[in-house]
Design a protein around this ligand. Structure first.
Ligand SMILES: *Cc1c(COP(=O)(O)O)cnc(C)c1O
Length: 434
């Protein structure tokens, strides 16, 4: 299995190169040269399949060179928490991908990438530094995913006093190989420092450097597993019709993984690209024009993305044909007002508390159901985060506070370990070389 650049389909590298570099030299993203099909006998066993077996069956097709016993262990450790499918009403299901350590789906990709990376580094006795600039959620998933992994140092940069206390506590209290730098500046300053370091030849002579955001194909591969797991669970519940998947989207890594699941042969009818008012992809699906712009702030802030990075991967999948993409994906943007209403309405009807991102997914699913009312296919909404991570929004929607899960409560009492730095490259470089 080779991996190729979205910008030059003839530029092929092995998986390890795609993993270590993240981005292709031409600036494109790596994608599998072909999407492997699950073998026909796979489907005769799905009624008794569990999450780990499913994950193994999927990933070994992409990474056939990793010994099976090692791959099995990596999958068990990466998916060490349940990913249940909950029935919300006759037609709608929630796939809860937020029971990991930082209570959002990003744990899956981060944990998987950390372990795969560690496997390759151990083989070569090399060390790597991972640099991540974060405005909140990615940093904590990466910090937890990579905590105590051998041969890996993580440097997380976040803008001082510009993230929530919960987010800050989640990533700054780990220590060990997780080095958290509180930058006295903005998120853009953090990102600039990271980019500068990644391009610094002097530094890369000292050690391997990379980053771990969702441009890395390794994270996407891991996410194929849970979308497939949602469909398998639906089957196990006795619902044999093909579902529609509604995926709350920002950079569109999550939706890309779902599209790959279908290409592998997982029975999926259609996709809903649910966004907030940063509706770049829904607008593209409507007008054929892809117009990135500055992101606008919303209640579903992890989806405030004005230039979705994985759109390139989607374009290649549909051979840059708008009509092909339209045939499989419906884009539906949701306002902040609709997000709050959906949280309130769902709570009243089912006692289920949705986080604002999952609420965007459900609101889009409901709009889809209303506009195609003859369609009674089941819809699976990806529930991307635990509501307790977004206390302020929930309080506004429900006029009541919700209790923090014990794990978060505990985090709040731990001591923060950070170094403060000015947004100054020389200072950052000194820390990296130490
Ligand atoms: C990152 C994130 C998203 C968006 O996922 P993409 O893969 O970037 O589309 C949605 N919800 C939550 C809670 C997130 O953290």
């Amino acid at each position: 299995m080779k991996f190729i650049s979205t910008r030059d389909l003839s530029h092929a590298v092995d998986f390890k190169t795609a993993l270590l570099h993240g981005l292709a030299p031409d600036g494109g993203l790596y994608i599998p040269s072909e999407i492997p099909r699950l073998p026909p006998d796979f489907f005769s066993t799905i009624d008794s399949m569990d999450l780990h077996e499913l994950g193994f069956q999927i990933i070994k097709l992409f990474l056939p060179d990793i010994p099976e016993s090692i791959l099995q262990k990596i999958i068990e450790e990466s998916l060490s928490f349940p990913i249940p499918l909950k029935k919300l009403n006759n037609q709608t299901y929630l796939l809860e991908v937020f029971h990991g350590p930082t209570l959002a789906f990003k744990d899956v990709g981060a944990r998987f990438m950390a372990r795969i990376l560690s496997y390759f580094l151990n083989q070569e006795k090399r060390k790597i530094s991972i640099l991540v600039a974060t405005s909140g959620d990615t940093g904590s998933a990466i910090a937890h995913g990579f905590h105590k992994m051998e041969n890996i140092d993580v440097f997380v940069l976040y803008p001082s006093e510009k993230i929530s206390r919960l987010q800050e506590q989640q990533m700054t209290t780990l220590g060990d190989n997780i080095h958290v730098l509180e930058v006295l500046g903005t998120f853009d300053d953090c990102q600039k420092l990271v980019k500068q370091a990644l391009l610094d030849d002097n530094l890369s002579r000292h050690r391997l450097l990379t980053t771990a955001n969702s441009i890395n194909i390794t994270r996407i591969l891991a996410q194929i597993i849970y979308h497939s797991w949602g469909v398998v669970q639906l089957h196990q519940l006795g619902e044999k019709r093909k579902p529609i998947l509604s995926v709350p989207s920002g950079n569109f890594g999550n939706l890309t993984a779902a599209l790959y699941a279908k290409r592998m042969g997982i029975p999926i009818q259609h996709f809903i690209a649910a966004t907030n008012k940063n509706a770049i992809v829904p607008l593209y699906l409507k007008t054929g024009k892809f117009k990135p712009r500055a992101s606008q702030k919303t209640y579903s802030n992890a989806m405030d993305v004005g230039n979705p990075s994985n759109f390139e991967r989607m374009q290649v999948l549909y051979q840059h044909e708008l009509s092909q993409m339209q045939a499989e994906i419906t884009g539906i943007p949701i306002s902040d007002k609709e997000t709050l209403e959906t949280i309130a309405k769902t709570y009243q009807a089912t006692q289920e508390i949705l986080d604002p991102h999952s609420a965007v997914g459900l609101a889009a699913a409901e709009i889809y159901q209303q506009s195609f009312s003859s369609n009674t296919q089941p819809i699976i909404v990806t529930a991307t985060a635990h509501p307790a991570k977004f206390q302020e929004v929930i309080t506004e929607a429900l006029k009541q506070e919700i209790p923090l899960p014990a794990s978060l409560q505990k985090t709040l009492n731990l001591k923060k370990k950070t170094s403060k730095i000015l947004p100054n490259y020389v200072e950052f470089q000194k820390i990296l070389i130490k």
